[in-house]
Design a protein around this ligand. Structure first.
Ligand SMILES: CC(C)(COP(=O)(O)OP(=O)(O)OC[C@H]1O[C@@H](n2cnc3c(N)ncnc32)[C@H](O)[C@@H]1OP(=O)(O)O)[C@@H](O)C(=O)NCCC(=O)NCCS
Length: 424
């Protein structure tokens, strides 16, 4: 965990989009100080599966961080915040529009306090433009960034994708921006503001759909299994089509349960070997030379029939058996793996992508591991912090406050929420 060993991050992020980013940076060795309001990140209590324990929603996104609670609605809390700004290389946040400004700490103020600091902000739609005042969650970003309109089948409703491209995807974009800006700040002594809008991040991940959008002005999309035509305008939903230059689809296998599917890409180069293997079994020994399929152009035109034939062959095999038949033929393919499959998969465990951890409130639990493997500084994953677990430690070690100062700030309510007013 050496890569970002000398980088300290003041992490005001909450929910998923920001914490995804700061967890990755923590896994690369940054000292991430999770700066929470005294009630804590709302996800600590969301979707709880163990009473009185931080939820998995929180624990899975906040490993390797230190937690301090500071009430930014007090003058003392703001003073602690300003002191921390001077000791950090990066500050990051993903509040709704205007929250930091209401604290009195917009970017202009922050860079006045520390001109070297890099600031990362995630917003639903950025700080400019007609949508800039709106809040956003994952599926709002998927809806507005082009993902939902291109996911599903043409005559069904638009679908969200399970991968959290709006939240976690935006967190990844922010991590790249922060590391670039930090590199520049170290060279020039000058920080900068890094903004990633969730809508922009989703559009970036839907880039190939905009490729197809423009191709539709010149003609149909011959690789699509659903109808397309010149001048169609919007890129249609195309089920499980590959979305690339090669034909691909999910094939249903034995025993035909919800996840008994194998995704197959019929790469141009493999058709001959594939057709020779499946043709005899489905009563078409000449399939490889059948003019309906022999050339890529014909296979595109007749792809529904091609998928029917491959499905017919697949009926007799499980997804793993079919994979074992296709791999030696060099056919790119992969079984649709459920969360249960993945949690028990030897390959996944071997690559430390399903990691067991302990937690004082919840006991044993699992986190998805670090997908970025650094050969010289592999991640060592440690549990998420309890709320305010490191408040004193950070005040003393990072800011050099003594007991008297910490006590006075505590007395002034800098680290706690004001008591709720009794209902009348
Ligand atoms: C996610 C989101 C919709 C949540 O909305 P929300 O729960 O209303 O939270 P907000 O971020 O708007 O506001 C946070 C509140 O906590 C308060 N707060 C936060 N940290 C605090 C602290 N340390 N001390 C005191 N108050 C604090 C803020 O002052 C704010 O209250 P205010 O509205 O009275 O100013 C919103 O934060 C958002 O749109 N974020 C940007 C996009 C994003 O990241 N979305 C994906 C999340 S996974």
């Amino acid at each position: 965990m050496e890569a970002l060993k000398d980088v300290r991050i003041l992490d005001m992020t909450h929910v998923q989009a920001g914490p995804t980013c700061s967890q990755l940076l923590a896994w690369m060795g940054a000292d991430v100080i999770k700066f929470e309001n005294p009630q804590g990140d709302a996800t600590r209590g969301q979707l709880r599966d163990v009473p009185n324990a931080d939820s998995l929603y929180f624990t899975m996104l906040n490993c390797n961080k230190r937690s301090i609670t500071v009430n930014m609605k007090t003058a003392e809390g703001k003073a602690v915040f300003a002191d921390l700004l001077k000791k950090c290389d990066i500050i990051m946040e993903n509040f709704g529009p205007g929250v930091l400004e209401r604290f009195g700490f917009g970017w202009d103020k922050i860079r006045e306090v520390n001109p070297k600091i890099v600031m990362g902000s995630i917003k639903g739609f950025g700080s400019t433009g007609p949508y800039s005042d709106f809040k956003a969650y994952e599926n709002v970003a998927q809806a507005m960034g082009g993902s939902m309109s291109t996911t599903g089948v043409p005559d069904g409703p638009p679908f969200v994708t399970g991968a959290q491209i709006g939240d976690s995807g935006t967190g990844l974009h922010l991590a790249i921006g922060l590391l670039g800006a930090l590199h520049q700040a170290r060279r020039t002594g000058k920080g900068q503001y890094v903004e990633v809008a969730m809508m922009d991040g989703v559009m970036n991940l839907c880039r190939v759909k905009f490729r197809d959008h423009q191709r539709l002005t010149r003609g149909e999309l011959s690789e699509f299994s659903v109808p397309t035509y010149k001048g169609m305008g919007e890129t249609p939903r195309a089920g499980n089509d590959s979305g690339g230059g090669q034909l691909g689809n999910a094939i249903h296998c034995k025993p035909h349960g919800a996840n008994d599917w194998l995704y197959i890409v019929v790469q141009e180069a493999v058709w001959d070997a594939l057709a020779k293997r499946i043709g005899p079994d489905i009563g078409m020994p000449e399939l490889a030379s059948d003019p309906h399929f022999a050339k890529i152009g014909e296979r595109r035109k007749n792809q529904q029939l091609m998928w029917t034939l491959i499905n017919k062959f697949a009926e007799k095999f499980t997804k793993r058996e079919l994979m074992a038949i296709l791999n030696p033929l060099n056919v790119p393919c992969g079984p649709i793996m459920s969360t249960e499959d993945l949690a028990n998969d030897e390959h996944v465990r071997g690559r430390e992508m399903w990691v067991e951890l302990d937690h004082p409130q919840r006991g044993k639990w699992f986190n998805v591991g670090m997908p970025i493997k650094l050969s010289e500084s592999p991640a060592v994953i440690k549990r998420s912090p309890l709320l305010g677990e490191h408040t004193e430690e950070v005040l003393k070690d990072v800011l050099g406050y003594d007991d008297a100062k910490v006590g006075a700030l505590k007395g002034a309510g800098a680290f706690t929420a004001p008591p709720k007013k009794a209902a009348k």
